[in-house]
Design a protein around this ligand. Sequence first.
Ligand SMILES: Cc1ncc(COP(=O)(O)O)c(C=O)c1O
Length: 407
Amino acid sequence: MSDQSFSTRIIRAGFQKPDPHGAIALPVYRNVAFEFPDSEAIAAAFRGETGEHTYSRVSNPGVTHFEQKVKAASGAESVIALGSGMAAITNTFFAIATAGSNIVASPHLFGNTFSFFKNTLTAFGVEVRWVDTSDLQQIAEAVDENTCAFFAELVTNPHLEIADLPAISKILKTRNVPMIVDTTLVPWCAFDAKRAGVDVEVVSTTKYISSGATGTGGVIVDHGTFDWLRNPKLAAMPAPQGVSRFTAKLRGEIVRNLGTVMTPDTAAMQILGLETLQVRFERMSATAEALARHFADRVPVNYPSMGAYQALSNAMFLGAPGAMFTIDLASKADCFRFMDALTVFRRATNLFDNKSLVIHPESTIYSTFTPEMKHTAGIGETLVRFSAGLEDVDDLKNDIENALKAI
Ligand SMILES: Cc1ncc(COP(=O)(O)O)c(C=O)c1O
């Protein structure tokens, strides 16, 4: 990684080719097809020899530019941009999981990720082995020669638990298992995934990066640290130049076959979002931490740098660890009464919008889960989840203050 600071690296990351007019932001290439001077040139492009774009479901100049900026932000070897965070997760596992293989994962996951593992992947003969990520022995025992990956969320949504990734990485390295982590909740300006032992990050760029919920997006960030030769799906591939077998499989087959690519318009918005990521993240996180600390003596509050995960949070993250915090109230009815009395926080499902958001996860995101699935996923009915936005912290404080009077 260059020794320039985080935002400078992102803003300075250049175009693939100079713009003929000297435009300072890459124009949006809202086209599907690319024309070639002769048949040999298009054939060479299809063989992947020239790096030229051929078709926007495969690649597009704006999407590639966004990927280059994410590379500059994360220090990764390669980045692939997709249409949503779920696309990043599903494409990753379609590249590495086979019938008979297993995934060792924490069950404390965002609802659709849990459902993808439990419902979608198991229907293809992939086994999911739930583990408590605070129990290293359990992880060591769950992993075997058929484990295609360990998976966890960096900070779990909505529980706000933190796994000791450097310690887990040591176990996985001795067993030759890749560590794949959903790092959506704390971006690269505050967390160095590679240093923590993460081989592949999956990120919902819908959240901090889209700059105010302008569109859904996702990235697969490959640090190039894992040797995929042991994976039966990847071992048979020819060794590609400069990218891992995993990224080559994704780019050459999975992403184009599933049609999950990011659109050029989304890439243009997400480039702008990346350029302001650090200032927005730091401001939103400082607001979340201030609110969590302010209300901690009134209601049970959960925030990563407070309580049980304080030491891990301080060791792993730079500054305040994100804009999400939760509170526990006495009952579901109290949660609804409290939420209905809020006037600045918006009742909506998303995280890290510029607008502050509030939701009751059990009755919304997890509403289709059976009681047993809710139990496994650690979802209770007394939890209210907040995402702090860019409004003034005192207005948000007053909003919560007033709504607490309603219960
Ligand atoms: C931690 C986490 N991962 C993945 C996703 C899925 O992202 P998307 O909505 O962009 O598909 C979400 C969505 O809320 C999330 O919170």
